[in-house]
Design a protein around this ligand. Sequence first.
Ligand code: G3H
Ligand code: 13P
Ligand code: ZN
Length: 349
Amino acid sequence: MPLVTARQLLDEAAKGGYGVGAFNVNNMEQIQAIMAAAVATKSPVIVQASRGARTYAEDRYLYHLMLAAAELHPEIPMSLHQDHGNSFDTCKSAIALGFTSVMMDGSLREDGKTPATFEENVQVTRRVVEYAHERGVSVEGEIGVLGGVEDGHGAGGSGLEHVTDPDQAVEFAERTGVDSLAIAIGTSHGAYKFSKKPDGSVLKMDILIAIHKRLPHTHLVMHGSSSVPKDLQDVINQYGGRLKPTWGVPIEEIQLGIRNGVRKINVDTDSRLAITGAIRKVFAESPEKFDPRDYLKPAREAMQKVVAARMTQFGQAGHAGDYTPTPISEMAKGYASGKLDTRPSRAAR
Ligand code: G3H
Ligand code: 13P
Ligand code: ZN
């Protein structure tokens, strides 16, 4: 199956009432882990690469690894998505490379740190939407700013400084025509999201529900959605790691989100934790080993396990065979005719 757009995956997820995990990758083992989990659970999937991942893996390596995944697993609908594009040019280069979906994160300026104004965000996102839709590629925007900093990207803070305003979310969706919308509800990237199990004072599911009520046809995206499970933390600390006590986003809150319009759930940290724990374990228990396969294989298996669990918990499991791929040339026609117009005032229902 060719790579499909995230828009198609999310439209199907909306019909089926489930969410689709979007898992970050940097290398072959992570792509293999996701594909093995998708095959085992029969899941459609979004594979995403940050700017840092594109630099680390080098664009062409990354793209050809994805083509290999599509060739080996034609039964799995999958999308290759640019995570946190910081500028028009980043999104344009991703599209040139063959990504079928891009995120224009205009919530931050191009430096990836400074919160942008609403107008700046609208202008750059609208420009990316026009360019991408002409080519059949889907676009995710972000309104509100997440907390934390990952690999130099992020505004820092707890995640509560720039929670999304539902009125602005409606105006943003109307003025940009994005296919999906990431919202800030108190989550942050990385392992240190919450200092105890989050309640409504720090994880604003009420805001998410309010946005969904105002934008019932917009696919919502939850970033910073790793659950940071205690068992994965424990493995790391048991074998010499030094993670401080921390809490992630509970699965039941994500599932509440899915019942309220969340269609894409971004997960990176849980995979990182699983990989690191598995490698630490091999190093601690078998210090004589030096063949990378001896630790990369268990690392890949550990990531596969956590990704498969998320696929089941998000509800995408079992849906891989539900539909046939729409080529991006057809998607482009759908955008041109207005059939795929998502603006709240015009969406054809
Ligand atoms: O956006 C956050 C993702 O976890 C990607 O992180 O920029 O370190 O690759 P990264
Ligand atoms: P986590 O750090 O919670 O895995 O979030 C990943 C993410 O939002 C990538 O865009
Ligand atoms: Zn993110």
